[in-house]
Write a protein that binds this ligand. Sequence first.
Ligand SMILES: *Cc1c(COP(=O)(O)O)cnc(C)c1O
Length: 236
Amino acid sequence: MPSPEPGVIDPKPVADRLREIRARIAAAARRAGRDPAGITLVAVSKTREADEIRAAVAAGQLDFGENYAQELAAKREALADLPQLRWHMIGHLQRNKAKLLVPGIHVLQTIDSPKLIEVVERRLAEHDACLEVLIQVDVAGEEQKSGAPPEEVPVLVAAIRACPHLRLRGLMVIPPFTAGAEESRPYFRALRELGAELAPREGERELSMGMSDTFEVAVEEGATIVRVGTAIFGER
Ligand SMILES: *Cc1c(COP(=O)(O)O)cnc(C)c1O
C-alpha cells in the first residue's frame, strides 16, 4: 500500500480504529446485558490536529473531548464549519478560563466546586445559553487531584439543579493511574453506586468513565460515556 504524502493525513486508520472501538464497546455492553446504543463514545483529541479530527468526523464521530481550554477554543474555531460537532471539556477548568469555553461547548465534564458552578452559571446567563454538566468525583480520595470528594457531591447536585442555565447530566471519574483495567473496576463501581445513591432524576444518570485501556471494564460497570484518545488517534 503506498504511504500518503508527508503532511497529508490518511483518514483510513482513524476510521478503522473507530470501527474497532465501537465494536468492542458493543461487545462489552452485550456481555453486561446492556444496549450498546446507551453508550456515547467521546473521541479525545488533545494534541491532535484539526485534520485528524476531520478524518474522525468523516467516519461518523461527532463527540470530541479536550483537556485544555485554549486548545479546545482554538480547535472549535478551526472546525467552525462543522456545527454538528459536540465539544466536551474533560480537563480541569480554571475559573479564569471559563470565558474561553462558555458559551460554546456542549458538555463540561469536570464541575468540582460551588465556585466553578457560580462562575459558569453567571457566564451562561450573560449569553442566555445552556450547558450540560457532569460532576467530576475523586472517588479514590487523591488529595492533590481535581474532582469533588464523594461526600460533597450532594451539595453540588443541589447547586447545579438550582442554576437555570445548567443541565445536570451525571458523574465523571478519572481513576488513579493503574497498570491494568481490572484495577480500575472498583473505582468505576464506586462511581455507579454513588450515582444511584444520589436519587438521580430523568436525564441525570450519565456515568463518564473509561479510557483507551479501561473502557470495556467501564462499560461492564455501567459507563454511558467513554473517553478514548490513544486507541483512536494513536500514541501522543
Ligand atoms: C487524555 C484523557 C483521556 C483519554 O486517554 P487515552 O488513554 O488516550 O484514551 C480520557 N479522559 C481524560 C480525562 C483524559 O485526560
